[in-house]
Structures are given as C-alpha cells and as structure tokens.
Design a protein around this ligand. Structure first.
Ligand code: 0L1
Ligand code: MG
Length: 254
C-alpha cells in the first residue's frame, strides 16, 4: 500500500470510529497536492461503503477562520449524502471527535459549473441559496494540524444542515448572521465575511472542483464559515439566523 493510501485509510478510520489521531506532518513532510490525493482516496473508501458525493465545502474563506486556524489559503473538501443532518434534528456527539459548528451560506446548483468562471456565470448556475451550518471535526488530536493535514482530513468536514431554500436573485452580499446557543448569542457576523461576497467562494469552488469534473446540478456548495466556529457540547440547541433567508437549527445529543 502506498503512503498516501495508508494515510487515507488512517484518516478514514479516524472519522469512522471518532478517534483522534496524530498529525501526519509530525512524522514527515506532506505536500498540498499529495494531501488532496489523500482526501480523494479517503473519500473513495466512503463511496465504497455506499455514501454518495453530494457537493463540496469551501473552507477558511473568512478572516475569522483563517486567524482561528493560522493560515491564509482557501481550501475545499467533499460533502456526502451521509453527512447531511436533518434541519431541527439531533446530532449525536459521540459520532465525532470534537465537533464544532459554523454558520454558512449554502448554494444549490442547477447547472454544471467548472473551472474559471465569472461571478455572473456562477450566479446563473445557482438554483437556490439557504442558511446552513457545517459541522467540522478535525480528526487530529486537540484540533491541531498543519495545512496539508487538514486538507487530507477532508478539510475537517463531517456534517452539514441546510435551512429553507430561497431565491438566488436577491442581494446576499452582506446579510447579518446570528448564531445562538440555547437562546444566547455566541457569534454575530455577515455573509460579507465570506471572501467579501459568498459568490467569490462559489467561483473558487468551481475552480477547485475542476479536478473532479466540476460542480454538478443538484449539488450543494457550502460557501464557508462566516464567523469562528463554536465547539459543541451535549444539551446545546444551536440556531443560525441569516437576515432575509431564515434560520437553521440543530440539537446536540449524547
Ligand atoms: O470549513 C472551514 O472553514 C474549516 C476548514 C478546516 C479548518 C478547521 O477545521 O477549522
Ligand atoms: Mg465550513
């Protein structure tokens, strides 16, 4: 088995069994291209277990996230159907290592979008937009990693929940965002925190997804966290409200 396939097995098993692992870069160098190869190989293992590719997530698309993680590059990962949680439903914390939640904007694609595209072309490929939350769960011990580690780990993606779909022909460049936990506000932000405009994240997603044939109709694209992520504890009810778009919520169970 090649080293990359071995890393893919290790990170996939860590995710499957909710077990923390040491960073790969602690035992030797790992380049960004190889890290994306590990991500692809680890996702192949999920597909072999029956999961279906459902879209992509963009990561580190806000200053808050870049500062929280200590890098200044946008990254991406894959979403599968099994990662989707029911709106208003419960998340079982024991299925994750140390989950955190972040408020996002989701795009639902109606047309293929691939490679270098303009913001107008990106918008024309969108069926709907929605308030959403991503559950990130680094499989690395203490949520500590270097950039190649996190890329290999599917950019920390482990779950997502999407609220009501709305029309994309509205101004969503600077919508207020509030994250509440058990009714207490824990984060406030704006969609403008996502690369200055969430459409820029979709443009970046089309470029990134060129390596897998582009974004497909029916896929969901998560534009990226608009604030720092909130660590989840059992008993919390988390709600993200996005101005004009509505809200999305989840409860944290054992
Ligand atoms: O979705 C994100 O912006 C997070 C990407 C990975 C970094 C992290 O786990 O916080
Ligand atoms: Mg995210």
């Amino acid at each position: 088995m090649s080293t990359l396939a071995h890393f893919a097995e290790v990170v996939d098993e860590a995710a499957r069994t909710a077990t923390a692992i040491p960073q790969f870069t602690e035992s030797g160098p790992l380049g960004v291209e190889d890290a994306y190869a590990v991500q692809a190989l680890s996702m192949e293992r999920r597909f072999a277990r029956g999961e279906k590719l459902a879209g992509v997530k963009m990561g580190l698309t806000s200053r808050a996230k870049m500062i929280q993680v200590g890098v200044n590059e946008v990254i991406w990962g894959r979403l599968t159907d099994a990662m989707r949680l029911e709106e208003g439903g419960a998340l079982s914390k024991k299925r994750y290592v140390h989950p955190r939640i972040e408020p996002e904007l989701a795009f639902l694609m109606k047309r293929e979008l691939c490679g270098t595209v303009s913001p107008a072309e990106a918008l024309a490929a969108v069926e709907a937009i929605a308030p959403a939350m991503e559950i990130i769960d680094s499989r690395y011990r203490d949520f500590k990693f270097a950039l190649p580690d996190v890329i290999a780990d599917n950019s920390s993606s482990s779950g997502f929940v999407v609220g009501p779909w709305g029309r994309p022909d509205q101004d969503f460049s600077n919508l207020g965002i509030v994250v509440e936990v058990n009714g207490r506000v824990v984060q406030i932000g704006s969609t403008a925190a996502i690369l200055g405009h969430p459409l820029r994240s979709l443009v970046a997603a089309a470029r990134a997804a060129a390596s897998i044939g582009g974004l497909k109709p029916g896929w969901i694209v998560l534009a990226g966290g608009a604030t720092a992520a909130h660590p989840l504890s059992v008993g919390e009810s988390v709600r993200t409200s996005v101005q004009n778009l509505g809200s999305v919520s989840i409860k944290v169970a054992e």
